[in-house]
Design a protein. Structure first.
Length: 334
Protein backbone atom coordinates (compact mmCIF):
# COMPACT_ATOMS: atom_id res chain seq x y z
CA UNK A 1 0.00 0.00 0.00
CA UNK A 2 1.50 3.34 -1.05
CA UNK A 3 1.68 6.31 1.22
CA UNK A 4 -0.12 9.62 0.55
CA UNK A 5 3.24 11.22 -0.20
CA UNK A 6 4.00 8.62 -2.84
CA UNK A 7 0.55 9.10 -4.41
CA UNK A 8 0.97 12.87 -4.56
CA UNK A 9 4.40 12.78 -6.15
CA UNK A 10 4.01 9.69 -8.24
CA UNK A 11 7.09 8.14 -6.70
CA UNK A 12 7.46 5.32 -4.32
CA UNK A 13 8.52 6.38 -0.86
CA UNK A 14 11.93 5.11 0.18
CA UNK A 15 11.82 2.24 2.61
CA UNK A 16 12.25 3.22 6.26
CA UNK A 17 15.50 2.19 7.84
CA UNK A 18 15.20 -0.26 10.61
CA UNK A 19 17.50 0.01 13.59
CA UNK A 20 18.93 -2.98 15.24
CA UNK A 21 17.51 -3.72 18.66
CA UNK A 22 20.84 -3.02 20.36
CA UNK A 23 21.58 0.30 18.63
CA UNK A 24 18.32 2.19 19.34
CA UNK A 25 19.81 4.15 22.28
CA UNK A 26 23.36 4.57 20.97
CA UNK A 27 22.87 8.26 20.10
CA UNK A 28 21.35 9.19 23.50
CA UNK A 29 24.16 7.29 25.19
CA UNK A 30 26.79 9.24 23.26
CA UNK A 31 25.09 12.47 24.20
CA UNK A 32 24.99 11.40 27.84
CA UNK A 33 28.70 10.57 27.70
CA UNK A 34 29.40 14.01 26.22
CA UNK A 35 27.39 15.61 28.99
CA UNK A 36 29.30 13.57 31.55
CA UNK A 37 32.60 14.71 30.08
CA UNK A 38 31.40 18.35 30.23
CA UNK A 39 30.12 17.95 33.75
CA UNK A 40 33.47 16.57 34.91
CA UNK A 41 35.21 19.62 33.44
CA UNK A 42 32.62 21.83 35.08
CA UNK A 43 33.21 20.06 38.37
CA UNK A 44 36.92 20.82 38.11
CA UNK A 45 36.16 24.47 37.46
CA UNK A 46 33.69 24.46 40.33
CA UNK A 47 36.29 23.02 42.70
CA UNK A 48 38.79 25.65 41.61
CA UNK A 49 36.24 28.42 42.07
CA UNK A 50 35.22 27.14 45.50
CA UNK A 51 38.87 27.01 46.50
CA UNK A 52 39.27 30.70 45.70
CA UNK A 53 36.06 31.78 47.45
CA UNK A 54 36.49 29.42 50.41
CA UNK A 55 37.78 32.19 52.76
CA UNK A 56 34.58 34.14 52.11
CA UNK A 57 32.41 31.03 52.54
CA UNK A 58 34.12 30.15 55.82
CA UNK A 59 33.71 33.74 57.01
CA UNK A 60 30.00 33.80 56.21
CA UNK A 61 29.40 30.44 57.86
CA UNK A 62 31.43 31.30 60.96
CA UNK A 63 30.48 34.94 61.47
CA UNK A 64 27.00 35.24 59.91
CA UNK A 65 25.11 31.96 59.62
CA UNK A 66 26.31 30.34 62.85
CA UNK A 67 25.74 33.44 65.06
CA UNK A 68 22.30 33.89 63.52
CA UNK A 69 21.25 30.31 64.19
CA UNK A 70 22.82 30.35 67.66
CA UNK A 71 21.07 33.63 68.51
CA UNK A 72 17.72 32.18 67.54
CA UNK A 73 18.36 29.10 69.70
CA UNK A 74 19.37 31.24 72.70
CA UNK A 75 16.36 33.52 72.15
CA UNK A 76 14.15 30.57 73.09
CA UNK A 77 15.83 30.28 76.49
CA UNK A 78 16.32 32.17 79.74
CA UNK A 79 20.08 32.64 79.87
CA UNK A 80 22.34 35.02 81.76
CA UNK A 81 25.61 33.81 80.27
CA UNK A 82 26.70 31.98 83.40
CA UNK A 83 24.24 29.19 84.14
CA UNK A 84 22.76 26.54 81.85
CA UNK A 85 20.12 27.98 79.47
CA UNK A 86 16.51 27.16 80.39
CA UNK A 87 14.09 26.63 77.53
CA UNK A 88 11.12 29.03 77.71
CA UNK A 89 9.79 28.86 74.15
CA UNK A 90 8.62 32.16 72.70
CA UNK A 91 8.25 33.97 76.03
CA UNK A 92 11.08 36.37 75.18
CA UNK A 93 9.32 37.40 71.96
CA UNK A 94 6.03 37.92 73.80
CA UNK A 95 7.84 40.05 76.37
CA UNK A 96 9.49 42.09 73.60
CA UNK A 97 6.12 43.00 72.06
CA UNK A 98 4.82 44.15 75.46
CA UNK A 99 7.97 45.96 76.64
CA UNK A 100 7.46 49.77 76.63
CA UNK A 101 11.21 50.37 76.28
CA UNK A 102 11.22 48.29 73.10
CA UNK A 103 8.58 50.63 71.68
CA UNK A 104 10.56 53.67 72.83
CA UNK A 105 13.85 52.42 71.39
CA UNK A 106 12.13 51.40 68.14
CA UNK A 107 10.59 54.86 67.79
CA UNK A 108 13.95 56.54 68.42
CA UNK A 109 15.63 54.29 65.87
CA UNK A 110 12.97 54.93 63.21
CA UNK A 111 13.21 58.69 63.89
CA UNK A 112 16.97 58.52 63.39
CA UNK A 113 16.69 56.37 60.25
CA UNK A 114 13.98 58.62 58.78
CA UNK A 115 16.33 61.61 59.04
CA UNK A 116 19.83 60.19 58.70
CA UNK A 117 19.24 58.00 55.63
CA UNK A 118 17.63 60.54 53.23
CA UNK A 119 19.87 63.37 54.43
CA UNK A 120 22.89 61.09 54.01
CA UNK A 121 21.88 60.26 50.44
CA UNK A 122 21.55 63.94 49.55
CA UNK A 123 24.89 64.79 51.17
CA UNK A 124 26.60 61.88 49.40
CA UNK A 125 25.20 62.90 45.99
CA UNK A 126 26.36 66.49 46.53
CA UNK A 127 29.82 65.27 47.55
CA UNK A 128 30.00 63.01 44.50
CA UNK A 129 29.06 65.90 42.21
CA UNK A 130 31.80 67.99 43.81
CA UNK A 131 34.31 65.14 43.41
CA UNK A 132 33.36 64.83 39.75
CA UNK A 133 34.33 68.41 38.90
CA UNK A 134 37.00 68.78 36.23
CA UNK A 135 39.48 70.94 38.14
CA UNK A 136 43.21 70.60 38.63
CA UNK A 137 43.13 69.93 42.39
CA UNK A 138 40.24 67.45 42.23
CA UNK A 139 42.35 64.63 43.72
CA UNK A 140 43.07 66.72 46.82
CA UNK A 141 39.39 67.62 47.18
CA UNK A 142 38.35 63.99 46.85
CA UNK A 143 40.76 62.97 49.58
CA UNK A 144 39.60 65.80 51.85
CA UNK A 145 35.95 64.88 51.40
CA UNK A 146 36.55 61.17 51.94
CA UNK A 147 38.92 61.28 54.93
CA UNK A 148 36.21 62.03 57.56
CA UNK A 149 34.50 58.73 56.70
CA UNK A 150 37.69 56.91 57.74
CA UNK A 151 37.54 58.26 61.30
CA UNK A 152 36.05 55.63 63.66
CA UNK A 153 32.58 56.41 65.01
CA UNK A 154 33.96 56.13 68.54
CA UNK A 155 36.43 58.98 67.89
CA UNK A 156 33.82 61.08 66.08
CA UNK A 157 31.49 60.78 69.05
CA UNK A 158 34.19 62.15 71.38
CA UNK A 159 34.88 65.02 68.98
CA UNK A 160 31.18 65.91 68.81
CA UNK A 161 30.93 65.72 72.59
CA UNK A 162 33.52 68.51 72.72
CA UNK A 163 31.77 70.49 69.97
CA UNK A 164 28.41 70.51 71.76
CA UNK A 165 29.80 71.01 75.27
CA UNK A 166 27.70 73.79 76.86
CA UNK A 167 30.69 75.53 78.51
CA UNK A 168 33.44 75.59 75.88
CA UNK A 169 32.11 73.83 72.79
CA UNK A 170 32.21 75.43 69.35
CA UNK A 171 28.46 75.04 68.88
CA UNK A 172 27.79 76.75 72.20
CA UNK A 173 30.02 79.66 71.22
CA UNK A 174 28.14 80.06 67.95
CA UNK A 175 24.81 79.95 69.76
CA UNK A 176 26.11 82.56 72.21
CA UNK A 177 26.37 84.99 69.29
CA UNK A 178 22.58 84.73 68.95
CA UNK A 179 22.04 85.40 72.65
CA UNK A 180 21.64 81.78 73.79
CA UNK A 181 24.12 80.99 76.53
CA UNK A 182 25.29 77.55 77.71
CA UNK A 183 22.85 75.55 75.59
CA UNK A 184 23.25 71.82 76.19
CA UNK A 185 21.95 70.15 73.05
CA UNK A 186 22.27 66.71 74.62
CA UNK A 187 19.73 67.52 77.33
CA UNK A 188 16.79 67.65 74.93
CA UNK A 189 15.60 64.35 73.38
CA UNK A 190 14.97 65.83 69.93
CA UNK A 191 18.12 67.93 69.63
CA UNK A 192 20.20 65.04 70.98
CA UNK A 193 18.97 62.82 68.15
CA UNK A 194 19.60 65.62 65.63
CA UNK A 195 23.19 65.90 66.91
CA UNK A 196 23.67 62.18 66.25
CA UNK A 197 22.07 62.53 62.79
CA UNK A 198 24.46 65.40 62.01
CA UNK A 199 27.41 63.34 63.16
CA UNK A 200 26.39 60.51 60.85
CA UNK A 201 26.85 62.75 57.81
CA UNK A 202 30.62 62.77 58.33
CA UNK A 203 30.58 59.18 57.08
CA UNK A 204 28.94 60.08 53.77
CA UNK A 205 32.26 59.74 51.95
CA UNK A 206 31.78 55.99 51.45
CA UNK A 207 28.44 56.47 49.70
CA UNK A 208 29.87 59.41 47.78
CA UNK A 209 32.57 57.17 46.26
CA UNK A 210 29.89 54.79 44.99
CA UNK A 211 27.96 57.70 43.51
CA UNK A 212 31.17 59.00 41.95
CA UNK A 213 31.73 55.66 40.21
CA UNK A 214 28.17 55.87 38.90
CA UNK A 215 28.71 59.41 37.64
CA UNK A 216 31.85 58.37 35.77
CA UNK A 217 29.81 55.71 33.95
CA UNK A 218 27.27 58.17 32.54
CA UNK A 219 28.17 59.02 28.90
CA UNK A 220 29.00 62.68 28.39
CA UNK A 221 27.17 62.55 25.05
CA UNK A 222 23.89 62.53 26.95
CA UNK A 223 24.72 65.85 28.60
CA UNK A 224 25.89 67.30 25.29
CA UNK A 225 22.62 66.29 23.62
CA UNK A 226 20.66 67.75 26.55
CA UNK A 227 22.50 71.07 26.27
CA UNK A 228 21.80 71.17 22.54
CA UNK A 229 18.10 70.71 23.36
CA UNK A 230 18.29 73.64 25.77
CA UNK A 231 18.21 71.70 29.06
CA UNK A 232 19.70 73.52 32.03
CA UNK A 233 21.75 72.00 34.84
CA UNK A 234 18.72 71.23 37.01
CA UNK A 235 16.97 69.49 34.12
CA UNK A 236 20.12 67.50 33.36
CA UNK A 237 20.35 66.49 37.03
CA UNK A 238 16.74 65.31 37.28
CA UNK A 239 16.44 63.76 33.80
CA UNK A 240 19.90 62.22 33.29
CA UNK A 241 22.04 62.11 36.41
CA UNK A 242 19.60 60.89 39.05
CA UNK A 243 17.82 58.30 36.86
CA UNK A 244 21.13 56.76 35.79
CA UNK A 245 22.39 56.87 39.38
CA UNK A 246 19.33 54.96 40.57
CA UNK A 247 21.17 51.59 41.02
CA UNK A 248 23.73 53.29 43.25
CA UNK A 249 20.96 55.13 45.10
CA UNK A 250 19.16 51.84 45.73
CA UNK A 251 22.34 50.20 47.02
CA UNK A 252 23.19 53.11 49.33
CA UNK A 253 19.57 53.30 50.50
CA UNK A 254 19.50 49.64 51.55
CA UNK A 255 22.92 49.79 53.23
CA UNK A 256 21.94 53.08 54.86
CA UNK A 257 18.78 51.58 56.33
CA UNK A 258 20.76 48.60 57.60
CA UNK A 259 23.30 50.88 59.25
CA UNK A 260 20.66 53.21 60.71
CA UNK A 261 18.83 50.33 62.37
CA UNK A 262 22.09 49.40 64.11
CA UNK A 263 23.07 52.85 65.38
CA UNK A 264 24.81 52.35 68.71
CA UNK A 265 28.28 53.83 69.19
CA UNK A 266 27.30 57.51 68.97
CA UNK A 267 24.54 57.26 71.55
CA UNK A 268 26.64 55.06 73.82
CA UNK A 269 29.55 57.53 73.91
CA UNK A 270 27.53 60.76 74.08
CA UNK A 271 25.26 59.53 76.88
CA UNK A 272 27.66 57.20 78.73
CA UNK A 273 25.55 54.23 77.72
CA UNK A 274 22.39 55.54 79.40
CA UNK A 275 20.34 56.72 76.42
CA UNK A 276 19.53 60.04 78.14
CA UNK A 277 17.76 62.40 78.26
CA UNK A 278 14.48 60.66 79.12
CA UNK A 279 15.47 57.70 76.94
CA UNK A 280 15.52 60.08 73.96
CA UNK A 281 18.69 58.45 72.59
CA UNK A 282 17.86 54.94 73.73
CA UNK A 283 18.19 53.34 70.32
CA UNK A 284 17.25 49.72 69.68
CA UNK A 285 20.83 48.43 69.61
CA UNK A 286 21.68 50.32 72.79
CA UNK A 287 18.72 48.74 74.58
CA UNK A 288 19.74 45.34 73.22
CA UNK A 289 23.28 45.89 74.52
CA UNK A 290 22.02 46.90 77.97
CA UNK A 291 19.88 43.77 78.21
CA UNK A 292 22.79 41.56 77.22
CA UNK A 293 25.62 43.07 79.28
CA UNK A 294 24.01 45.25 81.97
CA UNK A 295 20.97 43.17 82.89
CA UNK A 296 22.53 39.75 82.10
CA UNK A 297 19.50 38.76 80.02
CA UNK A 298 21.14 37.19 76.98
CA UNK A 299 18.06 35.21 75.96
CA UNK A 300 15.93 38.36 75.79
CA UNK A 301 18.73 40.25 73.99
CA UNK A 302 18.98 37.50 71.38
CA UNK A 303 15.22 37.69 70.83
CA UNK A 304 15.60 41.44 70.22
CA UNK A 305 18.45 40.72 67.79
CA UNK A 306 16.35 38.22 65.83
CA UNK A 307 13.47 40.70 65.62
CA UNK A 308 15.88 43.37 64.38
CA UNK A 309 17.21 41.02 61.72
CA UNK A 310 13.70 40.19 60.51
CA UNK A 311 12.68 43.85 60.48
CA UNK A 312 15.80 44.80 58.51
CA UNK A 313 15.18 42.08 55.94
CA UNK A 314 11.53 43.12 55.53
CA UNK A 315 12.42 46.81 55.12
CA UNK A 316 15.17 46.04 52.61
CA UNK A 317 12.89 43.74 50.60
CA UNK A 318 10.12 46.34 50.68
CA UNK A 319 12.47 49.06 49.42
CA UNK A 320 13.75 46.77 46.67
CA UNK A 321 10.26 45.80 45.49
CA UNK A 322 8.94 49.38 45.55
CA UNK A 323 11.97 50.68 43.65
CA UNK A 324 11.96 48.15 40.81
CA UNK A 325 10.17 50.55 38.45
CA UNK A 326 12.39 53.47 39.41
CA UNK A 327 15.81 51.84 39.00
CA UNK A 328 17.44 51.89 35.56
CA UNK A 329 20.31 49.48 35.05
CA UNK A 330 21.41 50.68 31.63
CA UNK A 331 21.56 53.87 29.60
CA UNK A 332 18.79 52.76 27.26
CA UNK A 333 16.41 52.33 30.20
CA UNK A 334 17.16 55.83 31.39
Amino acid sequence: MTSPAATATGRAAPPRERTAPGTASSAPRSRRRARQRMSSAERRRLRTGLLFVSPWIVGVLAFVIYPLVYSFVISLTRYSGMQTPTFVGFQNYVAAFTDPLVRTSTGNTLFYAGLAVPVGLVVAVVLALCMNRNVREVAVYRAALYVPSLVPAFALAFIFAVFVNPQFGLVSRLLALTGRQNVDLLQDPTTAKIVIVTMAQLGAGNAALIFLAGLRNIPTTLYEAARVDGAGRWKQLTSITLPLLSPAILFNLITGISGALQVFTEAYVLTNGKGDPDNGTLFYMLYLYKNAFSYASLGYACALAVLLFVAGMILSLLVYVLSRRLVHYDVAAG
